[in-house]
Design a protein around this ligand. Sequence first.
Ligand SMILES: *Cc1c(COP(=O)(O)O)cnc(C)c1O
Length: 449
Amino acid sequence: MRTIIEPFRIKSVEPLHHTTVEQRERYLEQAGYNLFGIDARHILIDLLTDSGTSAMSTEQWAGIMRGDESYAGGESFFRLKRAADELTGFRHMIPTHQGRAAERILFAVMCKPGNAVPSNTHFDTTRANIEFTGARAVDLPIPEAADTQARLDFKGNMDTAALEALIAREGAQNVPLAMLTVTNNSGGGQPVSMANIEAVKRVCARHGVPLYLDACRFAENAWFIHEREAGYADWTPKRIAQKMFSLADGCTFSAKKDAFANIGGFLSTNDDRISHEQTNLLILTEGFPTYGGLAGRDLEAIAVGLEEVLDPDYLRYRIVSTGYLGRHIADRGVPIVEPPGGHAIYIDAARMLPHIPREQFPAQALAVELYRHAGIRSVEIGTLMFGAAARHELLRLAIPRRVYTQSHIDYVVEAILEVNAAKERIRGLEIVEAPPFLRHFSARLRRVQ
Ligand SMILES: *Cc1c(COP(=O)(O)O)cnc(C)c1O
């Protein structure tokens, strides 16, 4: 059979509510043309993020009931530790309330002012937590990643020559760690090859620089390796993931992505001294090391999710269904970041709407129009988010895990194609008021007259 189906059936449902175009016009006006300001109940299909929005399985909900809420030494912690140990092989693991808490602790322990921390591409919270310590976050993607239309199998890779040059320039003593984000979220959800992880590891090892994975989407990355990299077609996703982790010295992890949990994360390392310092910081800000700012029931959900996400049927469906959205709009003329990534499709709004200059936020204008037309929420990743530093004007359609069916996605495809057919009518936006930091969350805008 060629048809790929959702590898689950639905036991509990959450009704969706339609709204009219007139109502949505009003909500947009009230929200200052900022989709973060729209109530979720007024959204039909919410593709704002894949973070914390997964549907949990029956086994995860059963785990929620099993959760051991003991302050210290709870069984749920040991269940999570066994799952994480088997997968990652790292000597130490501490739970945290989400990924950025793991980042804050890791960088507080490892970074000093003036240090440089290279990555294929840092995620925004990762960058912010590095810079908070006075260190610099340096992105070293392969040069081809700058071209949204280049179709590479592993467009999330790091430029290893640039890594060598950075270490030579800064001195290895000023590079406390290197990171690889798998998949490369800010780089379009593109995967990193095993060969690239190995090459980065070789450079790091030669200079005594530890390598950490930002492992939020480790399973999606493992599936791409299974599908695309020579030598791995016969490996299970689990074995591939284990090899990825074995090449690193530690990881940060947000369980809100590839663990199907609504909250949670962890920090792992092989370094005893760092683990000791991290544990002290954890107690200061997150909680006792056997719960790390989470309820015992959350630890259970993560433990179960870490195993479920490596099911080949799930991963095939996941990657194929994201690609389905991408191909159906791209093959009918909507420019996307090629090739489709693992967790999201990114529309290149600058290419799609050449009549809207960057100062008038073409990707935000597209997000607003997609909501107005069909009640779909997406997110701008461009000049509204990053200001003058924005490299592209992208509209991200992130796909929550196990939440929407193919007919939901068909609706999204139809809506985007209709918006594309009448795109000349879309007008740019201008800012009415905006805060000095992270303005995309709360800025108010209006249509350019
Ligand atoms: C989401 C994410 C984080 C941060 O995790 P939170 O749980 O949202 O704090 C870090 N890195 C990457 C690549 C992410 O996608």
